[in-house]
Write a protein that binds this ligand. Structure first.
Ligand SMILES: Nc1ccnc(=O)[nH]1
Length: 438
């Protein structure tokens, strides 16, 4: 059997990708039936950088030269809804001493004096180039917004949002620990930065006597200024229950804005009845959930000489069953919170599939990195539809099984119908930044 050929990189201005397959849930009006995995065989006509038509495989014989027998899986532009681009790629100068959460906090705190705007800018741009090469078209990043350097990080973000417009749509969330929300100086600065830059309001929530007061203040500010919330929730403490508290507050206040909750790992340890009750309230409150399985797998339950038992997942199946919008995202990359990663959503999706058993059935999986986060971000991505930019990743895989089986380092990424460079940037580019003393 011949390997499915990828289309040539030098594509004409108008052409048809013939006989590709795409997940039915990522096609605006699927032109045919889905196979057992949920994939639809189709032709995609591209013209003027946009998707011109979608039709059953073999049907588009007059829409331009056919790139035939592509035989490949096609995914739309991908959206990474939870990252930390201000922090990324500091591993070589700020490794996590033991891989623990505490080790991550200590290493980041010790590294912060290095976070000049130039330092953040270069690492941020490096991360964006990684993501771009891997087929990502939209990213939401959290920005540590407590210390002296916070305003600089937001300035870099604003600059990058402009510089990358048209390639990667950028959003930012201001992040401070929930205890700091009670400090008017710190909280006012956070809200000021978020408002100044059109960002979202965030916080790192954890078990603290100040949790309720902090959440109420966050909702107050979100209501007053019309801000969306994007919170770190129940990531590290087994006894944490901020998720249900957030749902209760949102329901009591009839909060109208979107609330995205990241992590939600503690749910995995609750008994069924408590988890069910919490998820019912989350569904009622309309909260979306983003799981960060690679980072949480790395950090969670780490103790020297002991094999981890708690493995970084949240209850994605149970959430889906209730209609709760679920997504997966990169989180950290090559920093003390996660030593690895390359802002590659296909890797995140592949790992999430294995970690959380998202493969039986497999067909809904790709939405986790495409349609669901794109909808939540309000960006035009994650969906194959006529009129949308021809932003596609094409894989030498004829099925989701074949996609999952190999690393997919040899994908072809099309932006506005043209092939882009898929090699991520060279690590050596950042070497001079890594020489700085801590
Ligand atoms: N998982 C994480 C928690 C808090 N901050 C981060 O950068 N990452």
């Amino acid at each position: 059997m011949t390997r499915p050929a990828l289309p040539p990189a030098d594509l004409p201005a108008a052409y048809v990708l013939g006989h590709v397959r795409a997940p039915t849930g990522l096609i605006a009006a699927p032109p045919g039936p889905a196979d057992a995995e949920g994939l639809v065989a189709l032709d995609i006509a591209v013209a003027g950088g946009h998707i011109a038509r979608l039709a059953p495989a073999g049907a588009l014989i007059e829409d331009g030269p056919r790139i035939e027998r592509a035989g490949t899986l096609a995914l739309p532009g991908l959206a990474d809804i939870h990252t930390h681009l201000d922090k990324g790629f500091i591993w070589n100068r700020a490794p996590n001493r033991d891989g623990s959460f505490e080790g991550a906090m200590a290493a980041v705190a010790a590294d912060k004096p290095n976070w000049s705007e130039e330092d953040i800018r270069r690492r941020f741009d490096f991360a964006l180039r990684c993501a771009y090469a891997h087929g990502t078209v939209a990213i939401r990043t959290h920005l540590d917004s407590e210390g002296e350097r916070a305003a600089g990080a937001w300035r870099v973000f604003a600059e990058m949002r402009e510089a990358w417009r048209g390639r990667i749509e950028l959003q930012a969330v201001g992040l401070i620990p929930v205890d700091s929300v009670l400090d008017p100086a710190l909280f006012d600065r956070l809200v000021g930065l978020v408002r100044e830059h059109g960002g979202l309001l965030g916080s790192y929530t954890y078990v603290t006597p100040n949790l309720h007061a902090g959440l109420e203040l966050l909702f107050d500010a979100a209501e007053r200024h019309g801000l969306a919330l994007d919170l770190h929730v129940d990531e590290r403490d087994r006894n944490a229950h901020a998720l249900v508290d957030i749902a209760e507050i949102a329901l009591r206040r009839r909060f109208q804005g979107p609330i995205l909750a990241g992590h939600c790992c503690a749910l995995a340890l609750k008994d069924e009845a408590e988890a069910d009750r919490a998820l019912d309230r989350v569904a009622q409150a309309g909260i979306g959930i983003v799981s960060l399985p690679m980072c949480n797998l790395y950090l969670q339950d780490r103790q020297p000489g002991r094999t981890p038992r708690w493995r970084g997942v949240t209850l994605l199946h149970e959430m889906r069953a209730r209609g709760i919008p679920v997504m997966v995202a990169s989180d950290n990359a090559r920093d003390p919170f996660y030593a690895y990663g390359d802002l590659d959503l296909v890797e995140v999706y592949r790992e999430a599939t294995r970690i959380a058993h998202l493969d039986h059935p497999a067909g809904e999986g790709p939405a986790l990195i495409a349609r669901a986060p794109a909808q939540w971000m309000g960006v035009e991505a994650g969906l194959l539809a006529p009129g949308r930019p021809a932003d596609l990743s094409l894989f030498p895989a004829r099925s989701l099984n074949e996609l999952h089986a190999r690393p997919q380092a040899d994908r072809l990424v099309l932006r506005a119908g043209r092939a882009i460079e898929v090699a991520p940037p060279d690590y050596g580019e950042l070497d001079d930044l890594m020489e700085r003393p801590q």
